[in-house]
Design a protein around this ligand. Structure first.
Ligand SMILES: Nc1nc2c(ncn2[C@@H]2O[C@H](COP(=O)(O)OP(=O)(O)O)[C@@H](O)[C@H]2O)c(=O)[nH]1
Ligand SMILES: [Mg+2]
Ligand SMILES: [Zn+2]
Length: 311
């Protein structure tokens, strides 16, 4: 399995647990997609015989269960595969310092649905919240739980019982998990708690700010002592944008999809049609306004992918 991609080299962990420096031999480009990296962290690969210096060539890639891709830059046609064969995607969010927008959360969750990856929301930095903020955090927890997502509330720096860390571990054990979230929400802090010795730098500003157009982001997998892997994606806010098909967007909002069974028209977009069960549910507060607004914003972008805003 590829555990690290440093640009020109891939580090592959063998079944025996050895780490081998590898280069690519052969053509592994995905059909129809131009990628900057044909092999990604999480890929299962075959290696050639080791060279005298202990390195090897990657000669084949096993079919991927899924993979996460993002455009190399906003205007670029080239994509970068962030990781492959993911079981779980943790989205770390905060109510304060920084504030994570619900649009960002909902886009992340919709993208996870599109990839068929189970998503978990982690609301971190609860120690910073006053009563009013805490009410907001709890409302958020209630909302996303009611839709069907796991939600963990925690403080990474201010909880001696590590109850949040233990909840994360319960889900992450034995699985391959992606950690995402805006810069500064506490991803590295949490990974360091999960994996003593990971030694991730904490408090650094995302280096995507410094590298301009050609941000290259190298993901790394960290083995959990309990089994499984955490993938840290520095400089990556979320999954990146995928091209949503306008007719599919509702499928990626589970509560909207469930409700849409009651719409008068089978091809209802839930924007203006008469007899729309989704809009009725929004009016009756059975579907949250913020979720509906996120749905509309993705629909908007799907209309005109060329002008899709970065988020
Ligand atoms: N108050 C508070 N600060 C936190 C918490 N978790 C992380 N931090 C701090 O937030 C800053 C950013 O953390 P970091 O792990 O680097 O965030 P990342 O950019 O998502 O990897 C650091 O100063 C951390 O010490 C938390 O639960 N509460
Ligand atoms: Mg970090
Ligand atoms: Zn409808």
């Amino acid at each position: 399995m590829v555990v690290k991609n440093t640009g020109s080299w891939y580090i592959v962990k063998t079944e025996e647990g050895n780490l081998v420096n590898c280069k690519i031999k052969g053509n592994f480009r995905l059909r129809g997609i131009r990628t900057t990296n044909p092999v990604a962290v999480g890929d299962n690969v075959e290696l050639s015989e080791l060279s005298p210096d202990g390195s090897a060539f990657i000669t084949a890639i096993a079919p991927r269960r899924n993979y996460i891709i993002r455009r190399a830059s906003n205007l670029s046609k080239e994509s970068h595969i962030i990781a492959a064969n993911i079981d779980l995607a943790f989205l770390i969010v905060t109510v304060k310092e920084p504030e994570t927008s619900t649009t960002f959360i909902d886009r992340f969750l919709a993208t996870a649905e599109a990839y068929g990856i189970r998503a978990v929301l982690v609301i971190n930095k609860t120690d910073l919240l006053d009563d009013e903020d805490m009410q907001y955090a709890c409302a958020m927890q209630y909302l996303y739980k009611s839709i069907g997502y796991d939600v963990i509330m925690m403080s990474a720096t201010d909880d001696d019982t590590h109850q949040g860390i233990r909840q994360i571990l319960q889900l992450a054990e034995g699985r391959t998990s992606l950690f995402s979230g805006n810069s500064g929400v506490g991803k590295s802090t949490i990974i360091n708690l999960l994996i003593p010795g990971a030694g991730l730098k904490v408090g650094n500003i995302s280096y995507s700010h410094h590298t301009g157009m050609h941000t290259t982001t190298f993901s790394e997998m960290f083995p959990l002592p309990q089994g499984g892997y955490i993938i840290d994606t520095p400089g990556v806010k979320g999954f990146g944008t995928i091209d949503f098909d306008k007719n599919q967007v509702a499928h990626y909002f589970p509560e909207i999809f469930r409700t849409s069974a009651g719409c008068r028209y089978g091809n209802c977009t839930h924007t203006h049609e008469p007899g729309c069960a989704v809009r009725e549910a929004v009016e009756n507060n059975l579907i949250s306004q913020s979720r509906y607004a996120s749905y509309l914003s993705i629909l908007d972008d799907a209309d005109d992918p060329k002008y899709r805003k970065p988020y």
